[in-house]
Design a binder for this molecule. Structure first.
Ligand code: NDP
Ligand code: GDR
Length: 371
């Protein structure tokens, strides 16, 4: 009998990689997707199976973390061996605009799922993974950050995730559930949402190199993040649920990099050396040298500027994780380094926007979305 897993947030970056991983391990995978006015399954379309096909091993259900009756029904129907709770309003900056929704979906949503397991009498059967986050550390208390570092959340998103973290611990202790937190540091990929900083940068670099965009506007260039690859991190999630004991684990690379340096690294992928000049809101990134004859802009052109609209009311300045526990107890270690991931992301975005370049050459209008 194959194991049955339920993934919330199946249409997101991590949901897509985790679905691939679990299918490759022979799982029957169920995913919860939200109703939207357009198809929203782009990231898993290559895995999609038509409902008319018998013996499907990927089955999607409409649902939402804000609807407890829906969650109870789905969990009852599926009787999953494992639940991966990846669904969330996951954008830190947007959570300042939608704090109540973030609390509902990211905080209480987790409670709704845990209650579904409890009310349906599945506490002994169903293992539960909660997508916790390095954002819990927030204002720097200690570096590097481990499972023992105190939390100091700095956004409505992180405060909601703090509730989710502790309610997961509480259900483990109160009801003996196999419920675990993965405290994951930032992880990226070509599937990363377009408004997170790495993907925003690699998309812009690709477009600038193809003559489709002139400028990249960013917020805090000094922020430091411990960036890994999502493909490595979903492997860690799975290992957390296969461990003998339910425990919480940090997944990180142990290396931190400034946003400014990720910008430089990305431009290097298209044969451009970038030089940063000025300070604060007046800082700019200027083309200092060009190795690729096809690059459309001259040395001395400003391609990166700071726009304060991307600053956050309270910022998390420095994240650097200590993954020793996961290495020791789970045998987990990241395989991708940042340079390899950056290269993969820029190349994927160049491929993506070549189509736009062709359309532009043929006279079609190309619209840019800068967010
Ligand atoms: P994404 O933003 O790419 O995906 C989020 C998923 O959640 C999407 O499938 C989205 O659906 C779904 N979703 C959002 N709101 C709801 C809701 N109310 N009900 C049901 N589904 C909902 O996030 P990632 O894949 O990057 O991250 C996965 C999880 O891990 C998130 O919980 C995130 O907070 C957490 N995390 C992420 C890290 C990272 O660096 N990526 C690091 C640490 C934690 P739709 O496609 O319809 O929008
Ligand atoms: P983060 O990721 O907030 O760490 O949350 P994001 O990529 O949004 O920001 C990283 C850092 O870059 C700075 N920054 C900008 N960020 C964005 N989005 N856009 C910009 O223009 C920009 N300029 C500078 C930010 O200020 C920040 O310091 C991600 C999400 O996936 C969360 O769900 C997850 O929990 C954490 O990672 C770990």
């Amino acid at each position: 009998m194959s194991k049955v897993a339920l993934i919330t947030g199946v249409t997101g970056q991590d949901g897509a990689y985790l679905t691939e991983l679990l299918l490759s391990k022979g799982y029957e995978v169920h995913g919860i997707k939200r109703r939207a006015s357009q198809f929203n399954t782009d990231r898993i379309d290559h895995l999609y199976q038509d409902p008319h096909v018998s013996d499907r091993n990927l089955i999607l259900h409409y649902g939402d973390l804000t609807d407890s009756t829906n969650l109870v029904r789905i969990v009852q129907e599926i009787q999953p061996d494992e639940i991966y709770n990846l669904a969330a309003m996951s954008h830190v900056k947007v959570s300042f605009d939608m704090p109540e929704y973030a609390a509902d979906a990211d905080g209480i949503g987790t409670l709704r799922l845990l209650e579904a397991i409890r009310l349906l009498g599945l506490t002994e059967k169903t293992r539960f993974y909660q997508a916790s986050t390095s954002e819990l550390y927030g204002l720097v208390q200690e570096v590097p950050q481990s499972e023992k570092t105190p939390f100091y959340p700095r956004s409505p998103y992180a405060v909601a995730k703090m509730y989710a973290y502790w309610i997961t611990v509480n259900y483990r202790e109160a009801y003996g559930m196999f419920a675990c937190n993965g405290i994951l540091f930032n992880h990226e990929s070509p599937l990363r949402g377009e408004t997170f900083v790495t993907r925003k940068i690699t998309r812009a670099v690709a477009k600038i190199s193809l003559g489709l965009q002139d400028q990249l506007y960013l917020g805090n260039l000094d922020a430091q993040r411990d960036w890994g690859h999502a493909r490595d991190y979903v492997e860690g999630m799975w290992r957390i649920l296969q461990h003998d004991e339910p425990e919480d684990f940090v997944l990180a690379t142990g290396v931190t990099t400034r946003v400014r340096d990720f910008v430089r690294m990305s431009f290097r992928e298209v044969g451009v050396e970038l030089e940063f000049r000025g300070e604060g809101v007046d800082e700019v990134g200027v083309v200092a040298a060009v190795q690729d004859a096809n690059f459309p802009l001259a040395v001395g052109t400003t391609v990166v500027s700071v726009d304060p609209r991307y600053f956050r009311p309270t910022e998390v300045e420095l994240l650097l994780g200590d993954p020793t526990k996961a290495q020791t107890k789970l045998g987990w270690k990241h395989k991708y380094d940042l340079a390899a991931m950056c290269s993969e992301m820029v190349r994927a975005d160049v491929e993506l926007f070549r189509r736009d370049q062709l359309l532009k050459r043929e006279g079609f209008e190309i619209r840019n979305q800068y967010e």
